[in-house]
Write a protein that binds this ligand. Structure first.
Ligand code: NDP
Ligand code: 8X3
Length: 250
């Protein structure tokens, strides 16, 4: 029987690449994001291969999150795989110059939003005693870099939540693991720098960054391991990257 995956942040970058690869491999999808036109376009592209349902919500809004998940059509109501991917950095400023709205956005989306979706979907996994949750963390959840303060805090929180979920869901046979990428070229830096394309492009100049398909490939590998294998925590960087601050640029 086909599995169904629920992917947050499927309109772009890692989430979108994961949706495409899952569809190619026969995994039905619930794809989420705020940009409905992109969700519709992806659904059109992929629905020849698998069944797809789109959910439009701002992950910060727990009422919308719950309404969307409670209202899933019967054929999408059993979620086998949850990819907690939606998230972004907002700004890159020393802490004394930080923008409070950026801080709210990062903590509300990357931490609380991830929790809202998880809380809405985990009880069915507990009841069935099955499920697989992948939390997309970051190297920023393993170390802190200059001006990364609150983004790093949000990803350190994801690291803690990943561990906490694995402990609490262990009695129910639910697999929980995190994938922590380094530099991946997506819309991430455009969002961080609020549409400043030159500044965003500069982040990935002079070395070969990861692309979203590299991470999708790893996510698919993780979810296709035999049941007794749980990849609990994985860090993946471009070869040119050694840490958040050490990148071998030409
Ligand atoms: P993108 O900006 O390309 O994609 C971000 C996705 O998150 C979009 O689909 C966006 O959808 C969704 N999203 C953002 N805010 C909200 C919101 N308020 N409500 C619902 N959905 C939201 O970035 P990436 O693909 O790079 O990022 C995906 C994940 O990977 C994030 O958690 C990020 O922190 C993490 N990551 C990224 C790295 C990188 O270098 N790119 C490295 C390490 C981790 P929409 O705007 O349509 O709502
Ligand atoms: C994204 C990677 O180094 O830009 O989480 O924070 S980094």
């Amino acid at each position: 029987m086909k599995k169904t995956a629920f992917i947050t942040g499927a309109t772009s970058g890692i989430g979108k690449a994961t949706a495409v690869l899952f569809a190619k491999n026969g995994i039905n999808l619930v794809i989420c994001g705020r940009r409905q036109e992109r969700l519709d376009q992806l659904k059109n592209e992929l629905e020849k291969e698998v069944d797809i349902h789109t959910l439009n919500f701002d992950i910060r809004d727990k009422t919308m999150v719950n309404k969307g998940i409670d209202g899933l059509p019967e054929e999408f109501s059993q979620i086998d795989i949850l990819i907690n991917n939606a998230g972004n950095a907002h700004g890159l400023d020393p802490v004394h110059e930080g923008n409070l709205e950026d801080w709210d956005a990062m903590l509300d989306i990357n931490v609380k939003g991830l929790l809202y979706v998880s809380k809405a979907l985990i009880p069915q996994m507990v009841q069935r005693k099955s499920g697989h949750i992948i939390n997309i963390g970051s190297t920023a959840g393993k170390e802190v870099y200059p001006k990364g303060n609150v983004y790093c805090a949000s990803k350190h929180a994801v690291d803690a939540i990943n561990q906490g979920m694995r402990i609490d869901l262990n009695p129910f046979g639910i697999r929980v693991g995190a994938i922590n990428p380094g530099l991946v070229e997506t819309e991430f830096s455009n969002v961080r720098f609020k549409g400043d394309d030159d500044r965003a492009d500069n982040v990935y100049k002079g070395f070969q960054p990861l692309n979203p398909e590299d991470i999708a490939d790893i996510i698919h590998f993780v979810v296709t391991r035999p049941y007794h294998v749980n990849i609990a925590d994985l860090i993946v960087m471009p070869t040119a990257q050694a840490s958040s601050t050490i990148v071998n640029k030409s």
